[in-house]
Structure formats: structure tokens, C-alpha cells
Design a protein around this ligand. Structure first.
Ligand SMILES: [Zn+2]
Length: 414
């Protein structure tokens, strides 16, 4: 290598095992033929052997990783973690035999979350969401996507996105916001779904885009959500505003949502338990990421798994996420999802870890800067004191990163 130009190094890691998750490295988890990494100007500036460090790095502060694994920081690419209230009581009632319909009649279910979220101030939304986000950050998550979708009116959808942006100023994490106005039909629009979609497209979306509060637009395309035609209207409105789209697709039935979001060059199609070959082929052709959500599958006690083998065969990139939400996935742990992806979906540990790093970055349109260890990428990385990376997927409850660097700066040592 040459030292002709080298930015002033801020930090050097040596004695590490580097799991880059970069396709340039063919070995499992992209393990690099290297044990050292140089950070400069917030980015990875060099990777190689510690015996061949660039001259400029010789005097920089150094951390000996003593054989620990270094991975890219974790990315949670699908959450609904901003909401108010709790559904624990409803959970309990159901276990005492109450039906979903009974609970819905009494104002429970998503209606309860919408009512509580509408009643909350932005500050209250922030305070209630903070422990959920803190839990992710503690595990090593440095990028998280947060959706709106429990306001279902313009003011509350704006408040949810404002809360999400404010959370990013409180914890060492990058937040990507997604407008999910087409999440559910609000009670006041019962029987008038097309009118509600009018509101989403002509009022909510322009207001949110006008304030720059959304990085992407999502919808729930399902028998109990919105039709493909209604979903497409949302996508067209998003495209006119220059916002990328993604979709809750084929979770409970096959609606052709994956092919629809692929047609609009979507970032991701999420859930996908009922995805068919045509949908998967459309995703492969458009480069749309399959975001798999084992927490919701588990909590709903589903039995129809997403077609992992089909996604593998067609080389559709697979991401894994928490889907944190009060109704179907109240789990603020991406590490738990790694285990569930392996046990419930039979993904390999390498696939699961790729799904929370490289492919999760891609699902957020951040693949160029995040998700792998490579020269030029953000120095968002973690050190793990495990013998084998599969430990992170195999057991749950004991693993925390022993070192966290965000933009090359040490967040803390736990
Ligand atoms: Zn979701």
C-alpha cells in the first residue's frame, strides 16, 4: 500500500477478527484476511495486518482487541417503536379466553393504540419510546427505522415522526423515518377506505414531505389493510414527492404486494410469509430487499414461514428486523430476532447476521455508507467477546458488544 495520501488516523484497532459482511470477502461472514483496522475522519480508512500498518497510523491511539470479533454495527430496519399506551392487559384478556372480536368491540387492538397515541404529546411519545430505543442501542444498534401509523390523522402522524426525529438527538443512533399513514383505517373512516387514502395522498403526505419528516413511505397491503389499488395510489403520491417506498406485503395472504412494491423500485417488501415465486422474481429483478420479521410470526403463533429457500435461490437479499410494535411484536431486541430467524425460519447464523447489517442497510437505502466493514464506509462498528459469531444467534441474554464505535468515536465500554 502507499502512504501518498492518508487522512490523520483517529484510532487503530489491532488483534481483531474482522467480520466485514462485505461480498468482497468470500469467507463466512466476510471474514477478512486482516487483523487491523484504521479509522480516520469517522470512516474506515484502511484494513490489513497489524504488521503492515500505514506509517501515519503508527502514532494514533490504539485498541488491542485481543481476538475479539469486530462486526458492522447492527441496523434495525423495520420498527413501530413510537406509540403510546400498553396492550399488556389485552394480552392477558386473550389468555383468559377473550376473542379478538370481543377485544376489538371494547375498543382494544390497534384502536386502543391509536386513541392513546392521539392523546399523547410529542414529549410523551418520546418518553414512552425511549426505553424501547435504548434497549436496541444497548445491543449495538446504530441505525433504526421508525414508522408512523398510529395517528391516522395529519396532526398525530406528524407528531409521531417529530418524536422519532427527536429520539435521534437523545441517543447515539441514526433514525430513518417512514410515513405509514396507510397502516389501518381509522374508526371515523369505517366503510370509506378510498376517502381515507385521498386524505393520505393529498393532505398527510404533502404535509409530512413539506416538513422533510419522512425518508420513505410505507403501507399495509392486506385483506384487513388496504387493497393493491389503494396501495398503488399511495406509491404514486410518494413518487411524485420523490420519496422511496416499501410495503408490508403478503403477511397474512398473497395480495401481490411484493410485485407491486418492486414495480415502484421499492426499498423493501416486509413480512412475506405468503410470498409466491412471481413476487420473489419481481423483487429479485428490482433489487427489493426481503425484510423478515420473526417476532411477529412468533407472537401471532403463525405456522406459514416465509419462503426462505425461494429467496435464496433467486438471490433476493434478506434482512431481519424486530418490527417492534404493541400488537404483534413487543420485542425490543434485535439479538432475539437473530435467534428467532435461525430457529423459526431456519436461516443460517451468517444469513441472520447479514440480515441485520449489510442487507438491513440496503433496505434503508444506506448500503453505500453502512452495513459492512470496508474502506470508505462509516466507522460504525462493534466488538464482541465471543469465540464464534454464531454465538450471537445461538444463545440469547448474555451478549452485549464490549466496544461500540459510532463514526469512529467510542460510545462507551460496557
Ligand atoms: Zn410492521
Amino acid at each position: 500500500m502507499t502512504d501518498a495520501y492518508f487522512p490523520t488516523p483517529d484510532l487503530v484497532l489491532t488483534g481483531a477478527r474482522l467480520a466485514t459482511f462485505d461480498v468482497a470477502h468470500a469467507r463466512p461472514s466476510g471474514q477478512a484476511d486482516a487483523d487491523a483496522l484504521v479509522i480516520a475522519e469517522g470512516r474506515i480508512a484502511w484494513m490489513g495486518y497489524s504488521g503492515a500498518l500505514p506509517t501515519a497510523a503508527m502514532v494514533a491511539p490504539r485498541i488491542d482487541c485481543a481476538g475479539q470479533w469486530i462486526t458492522p454495527a447492527l441496523i434495525d430496519c423495520h420498527t413501530h417503536l413510537v406509540y403510546a399506551g400498553s396492550r399488556a392487559r389485552e394480552f392477558e384478556l386473550r389468555l383468559h379466553g377473550a376473542s379478538y372480536e370481543q377485544i376489538a368491540r371494547e375498543g382494544g387492538g390497534i384502536r386502543a393504540t391509536v386513541a392513546a397515541t392521539r392523546a399523547a404529546t410529542v414529549d410523551e411519545l418520546v418518553q414512552q419510546a425511549l426505553p424501547r430505543l435504548q434497549a436496541l442501542v444497548d445491543e449495538g444498534v446504530m441505525v433504526v427505522e421508525i414508522k408512523s401509523g398510529y395517528g391516522l390523522d395529519t396532526a398525530t402522524e406528524l407528531n409521531m415522526l417529530l418524536a422519532a426525529r427527536r429520539l435521534a438527538q437523545m441517543l447515539p443512533v441514526t433514525v430513518r423515518t417512514t410515513f405509514l399513514g396507510a397502516h389501518a383505517l381509522p374508526p371515523d373512516y369505517a366503510g370509506h377506505a378510498d376517502d381515507y387514502i385521498d386524505l393520505v395522498c393529498t393532505q398527510m403526505l404533502p404535509a409530512i414531505a413539506g416538513q422533510g419528516l419522512a425518508d420513505a413511505v410505507d403501507a399495509f397491503c392486506e385483506n384487513i389493510g388496504f387493497t393493491p389499488a389503494q396501495t398503488e395510489r399511495v406509491f404514486i403520491a410518494a413518487r411524485e414527492l420523490g420519496l422511496p417506498v416499501k410495503l408490508h406485503a403478503e403477511q397474512l395472504s398473497n395480495q401481490g404486494g411484493a410485485a407491486l412494491v418492486a414495480k415502484y423500485g421499492g426499498l423493501s417488501a416486509d413480512h412475506l410469509e405468503h410470498l409466491d415465486e412471481a413476487g420473489a422474481q419481481a423483487m429479485a429483478a428490482s433489487g427489493t430487499v426481503a425484510v423478515l420479521l420473526p417476532g411477529a410470526y412468533y407472537f401471532l403463533r403463525e405456522t406459514h414461514t416465509p419462503p426462505i429457500e425461494l429467496l435464496r435461490r433467486l438471490k433476493v437479499p434478506m434482512a431481519i428486523s424486530t418490527d417492534i410494535n404493541p400488537g404483534t411484536s413487543p420485542f425490543s431486541s434485535l439479538l432475539l430476532m437473530l435467534n428467532m430467524a435461525c430457529t423459526l425460519f431456519r436461516m443460517t447464523p451468517e444469513e441472520a447476521l447479514t440480515g441485520t447489517t449489510r442487507n438491513a442497510a440496503r433496505a434503508l437505502g444506506m448500503g453505500a455508507t453502512h452495513g459492512t466493514l470496508a474502506v470508505g464506509k462509516a466507522a460504525d462498528l462493534l466488538a464482541w467477546n465471543v469465540g464464534d459469531l454464531a454465538e450471537l444467534c445461538y444463545s440469547y441474554g448474555t451478549h452485549r458488544p464490549v466496544l461500540r464505535l459510532r463514526g469512529g468515536k467510542r460510545v462507551d465500554r460496557l
